[in-house]
Design a protein around this ligand. Structure first.
Ligand code: MN
Length: 239
């Protein structure tokens, strides 16, 4: 048996090809899989569980089907940090804390989205602390729907232009932040996404940092079993 990890799908109404590939994966890509982890940025942007679109309902239903057979876990990403209990309930997913420790085939493993490791991006880390305040989340979730949709459009626009200006290295994880988290949690294996740089990094003392890939031009899945970790690409099928 094996455990599957996906992240950074950035599903949106504008990219039905990605949604299609993901639905296909949920139907046919989970042979011998005993648990599925979706580790953040499932959605390009998420403005609250009460703003449903047709494609989000389809996704919730499809994940829910999977959850009838195997447990499905969800970590919030920086784009969908407002995904809440209602959506997770509809999708049959268990909402995990930002940093989640578990045992995976005898490896002590820490699972996170990964944005918190990009500590050189000072502006973003400041925003991240702000948005995690309970009062900010409360006010945000009580804004009118149209206001939240407008905010979403602005955030998306701003982060797109912002990222172009930032130096490439700022967008990757900071090695000292990785070391700190591995030491704090006492884990040997770290699994995250966010950077869109799929890779298996071998670290000192036999530790590993595994990064899942994004779904912009192909699907990307990390399969973990007792023999190790494998990153698998799933080509998008032309319709
Ligand atoms: Mn991200």
């Amino acid at each position: 048996m094996r455990t599957a990890f996906v992240g950074d799908l950035h599903l949106s109404a504008d990219r039905p090809d990605i949604t299609q590939a993901f639905l296909q994966f949920l139907k046919q890509g989970l042979d011998n899989v005993e648990a599925l982890y979706i580790i953040g940025d499932l959605f390009e942007v998420w403005m609250g569980d009460d703003i449903a679109e047709t494609y989000t309902a389809d996704i919730a239903n499809a994940i829910n089907q999977v959850s009838q057979h195997i447990p499905v876990f969800f970590t919030q990403g920086n784009r969908d940090f407002m995904v809440g209990k209602a959506f997770c309930r509809n999708a049959g997913m268990t909402l995990l804390p930002d940093v989640y420790k578990t045992n995976l085939y005898d490896n002590s493993t820490v699972i996170l989205h990964g944005d918190s490791l990009c500590t050189l991006d000072i502006g973003y880390q400041r925003f991240r602390r702000f948005r995690s305040l309970a009062i900010v989340r409360w006010i945000y979730s009580h804004l009118p729907k149209q206001t939240r949709l407008n905010i979403a459009a602005k955030i998306r626009q701003k982060s797109q232009t912002g990222n172009q200006q930032k130096h490439y290295e700022i967008m990757d994880v900071e090695p000292s932040a990785v070391q700190r988290l591995l030491a704090e949690t006492g884990c040997d294996l770290m699994i995250h996404g966010h950077t869109h740089r799929p890779n298996i990094h071998l670290l000192a003392q036999g530790k590993k940092r595994v990064v899942v890939g994004d779904w912009y031009t192909q699907g990307s899945v990390l399969m973990v079993d007792k023999s190790g970790c494998e990153l698998v690409q799933l080509p998008f099928v032309e319709n």
